[in-house]
Design a protein around this ligand. Structure first.
Ligand code: ADP
Ligand code: ZN
Length: 722
């Protein structure tokens, strides 16, 4: 039987492996249990009922509230050769009967229906004439009044268990508190259900906060990396969406606004065009996103910070449903709090206002966080995240540089003391930088010995350093509206005892710099574009969204392995039997021509038990062990560069994996990564001289000739040799 599961997985879905949880759930469904599944968006819940549907003798009934999605789901199943159909209010009357007949004839395997159908007596009669083997209730939280998305139509589902006593039920949702969970079990009468809950973590989402200063320029340079990739930009107001969409259009981007103030038709059309890749940037209020299920959104931007962590997580959740690396960028400035306050003041009920305000403060805390953002959010939702470094947020990915801050801290503290612990950071910085403004002149602060004595740090850097000194406890910032800086007892001691101070700063290039967006296999971008174009043409001809034909992940693999015959093509993820037959030749033609023209050769796709392994991607490491994948790549002697590219991780992340593997006592052979003996010895000697603790002294001693990465790598090799 396991073999049968795997062969259906490949034949009808094109996949070789299950994602975490899927196999256990499918086995439980096949064993006849009722099941409750709580897994995050994009984790692959649909497969948990779609695959069993193909193994069970009767029909699988799927209840879903998202009418817009049903057609896409059914189209995707059909493209994979699965007999599926839907019935909802969008279907003309004369098309409903044929679907019902098909179902009655026993040919149909999966039938999607909207919950309100269940209220109609003749529909119930129709269902009772069917042989129903399984019932899937999607978005199951909608049945609970405690949930945030209660739908009265879902009340109709209470009777399911009564009518179809024999059919197991599988309830699925991505959001449910414990209260809602219990409610679902009760309402559906499935108290004995097997419970499957996986955490909230979305490991393929990279979280980043950018200071909102010169925001539009920063946005432009960010968007340059997302040409032809789907992007959602969330704005604060309808007006803002329109203005920003216009500005983006004027700069040559393919952007459209979307908000609840648009007429329904126009909204629907905009959404449809976005799903069909007719334009790639949607500039929206948070009205956008409900009921759309585009799997390949690569970037979600919050141009103004959101109202709550809950909202933030739901909105960024629309990125990367296909499991590929995707970015989430929030523009943050304290000043935007004013926009929110404006609405806060409109809330009459004091308790609600206070609650709303607290949620807002949580978002600001999150934005100003210096530690792992993923950990913070998961904690917020009550989940314990144990990794020290998530490798997927700006704070974890930024290389920290240790700075000897003794002198500059002395200067800052002196300036605060000399002016009597009475001024805020801006004024102190103005003194240190030798600014001549009215306030300085009036107070005579230009006469102070600390006036104009900081040359080697910019204003922004000083701000950063002051924050770090506050964190270090040498000064405090008062909580009143003046935010005055005061030197603490520890600060006084620091000065009088001439103590040393070291601070961890984000390395200079990283302050406010865009981190390169990390992504994907090192696939051939030109070929990818050609394949994308073909996909779009086929999709338009068949009148379906492009992702129904092949996902981005499939196209990337094609553009990486260059399969040139059917056998190899069939080994690409997402290529099942039906798709091979329907689309194989068209795609192969393009690949073959490209390979010939550019003198390329196909790469071998490695085989494993279930068919193959490819270069493991982050998606597979998700809940597994990210280090062991790096380890495997080391065994295959990939260069650091190639490992980083293959995994869509930063080079520094790969090196930190190596360090951690060594620390954990893992025997790894990294000799092959050694730079030339001459370079190696030079760096090694520098470490001998300055100790291995810090990189900076070595970096400077070697006159900045070698990158931090090489230096770190050499240190790792030295340790591995021990
Ligand atoms: P959810 O309903 O949990 O939000 P979906 O069922 O829509 O997630 O699946 C998300 C994406 O993951 C889809 O593009 C789907 O094709 C893909 N997927 C699901 N299972 C697998 C698998 N075993 N291997 C590869 N991709 C998968
Ligand atoms: Zn992190």
């Amino acid at each position: 039987m396991p073999d049968l599961i795997y062969s259906i997985l490949k034949k009808n879905f094109g996949y070789d492996e299950f994602r975490t949880g899927q196999k256990e759930i499918i086995e439980s469904v096949l064993a006849g249990n009722d099941n409750f599944v709580l897994m995050p968006t994009g984790s692959g819940k649909s497969l948990c009922y779609q695959l069993p549907a193909l193994m069970l003798s009767g029909l699988t009934l799927v209840i879903s509230p998202l009418i817009a999605l049903m057609k896409d789901q059914v189209d995707s199943l059909k493209a994979n050769g699965v007999k599926a159909a839907f019935i909802n209010s969008s279907l003309p009357h004369n098309e409903i009967l044929p679907v019902q007949e098909e179902a009655l004839s026993g040919k149909l395997k999966i039938l999607y229906v909207a919950p309100e159908r269940m209220a109609l007596d003749n529909f119930k009669d129709f269902l009772q004439n069917l042989k129903i083997s399984l019932i899937a209730v999607d978005e199951a939280h909608c049945i609970s009044e405690w949930g945030h998305d209660f739908r009265p139509d879902y009340r109709n589902l209470k009777m399911l268990k009564n009518i179809f006593r024999k059919a197991p039920i599988i309830a699925l949702t991505a959001t449910a508190t414990e209260k809602v969970r219990l409610d679902i079990l009760k309402e559906l009468s499935i108290s004995q259900a097997k419970i499957f809950i996986s955490g909230f973590n979305r490991p393929n989402l990279n979280l980043r906060i950018i200071k909102k200063k010169n925001a539009f320029d920063k946005l432009l340079s960010l968007l340059k990396n997302y040409e032809n990739k789907a992007v959602i930009i969330y704005c604060f107001s309808r007006k803002e969406t329109e203005a920003l969409a216009m500005d983006l259009k004027n700069t040559g981007f393919k952007a459209q606004a979307y908000h609840a103030g648009m007429v329904a038709n126009e909204r629907k059309k905009t959404q449809e065009l976005f799903i069909r890749d007719e334009f790639n940037i949607i500039v929206a209020t948070i009205a956008f996103g409900m009921g759309i299920d585009k799997p390949d959104v690569r970037l979600v931007v919050h141009y103004t910070f959101p109202k709550s962590i809950e909202g933030y997580y739901q909105e960024i959740g629309r990125a990367g449903r296909d499991g590929l690396k995707s970015d989430c960028v929030m523009f943050y400035t304290y000043a935007d709090a004013r926009k929110h306050e404006y609405f806060l003041n409109d809330i009459a009920d004091e308790t609600i206002r206070k609650q709303t305000e607290n949620k807002l403060i949580e978002v600001m805390k999150f934005a100003e966080l210096k530690s792992c953002r993923r950990k913070h959010i998961l904690n917020y939702f009550g989940e314990n995240y144990k990794e020290a470094n998530c490798h997927g947020c700006d704070n974890c990915n930024t290389e920290k540089v240790t700075l000897d801050a003794t002198i500059v801290a002395q200067k800052i503290l002196s300036a605060i003391l000399r002016t009597g612990n009475r001024f805020g950071a801006n004024h102190i910085i103005n003194i240190l930088k030798g600014k001549k403004n009215e306030k300085i002149i009036n107070y005579g602060h230009d006469k102070l010995s600390v006036y104009d004595i900081v040359k080697d740090y910019s204003v922004d850097e000083l701000k950063e350093i002051i924050n770090l000194i506050i964190n270090a406890g040498l000064i405090i910032k008062t909580n009143d509206q003046y935010s005055v800086l005061k030197v603490t007892q520890a600060g006084l001691k620091f000065i009088s005892q001439k103590e040393k101070l070291e601070l961890s700063l984000p390395s200079k290039e990283d302050i406010d710099e865009e981190q390169e967006s990390i992504n994907e296999l090192t696939y051939d971008k030109t070929l990818f574009e050609k394949l994308r174009y073909l996909r779009k043409q086929i999709a338009d001809k068949l009148n379906v969204p492009p992702f129904v034909i092949f996902s981005d992940a499939s196209l990337q693999e094609m553009a990486f392995y260059f399969p040139i015959d059917k056998e190899n093509f069939s080994m690409i993820t997402g290529v099942g039997a039906r798709k091979l037959e329907s689309f194989g030749n068209d795609f192969l033609k393009i690949i073959i021509a490209y390979v010939k023209k550019n003198n390329l050769s196909s790469k071998k796709i490695y085989k494993s038990r279930s068919g193959k392994i490819r270069l493991p991607r982050e998606e597979r490491s998700v809940n597994g062990d990210t280090f062991s994948i790096t380890n495997e790549l080391i065994n295959r002697q990939l260069s650091i560069d190639d490992m980083a590219k293959a995994r869509g991780l930063a080079i520094s992340t790969i090196i930190s994996h190596i360090e951690q593997l060594i620390n954990s006592g893992e025997k790894i052979d990294i000799e092959y990564l050694k730079p030339s003996p001459e370079v190696y010895e030079k760096i090694k000697n520098a470490f001998k001289q300055y100790g291995e603790e810090k990189l900076r002294p070595v970096f400077e001693y070697l006159r900045e000739q070698y990158s931090y990465e090489i230096i770190r790598l050499v240190r790792a090799i030295m340790n591995a040799e021990l």
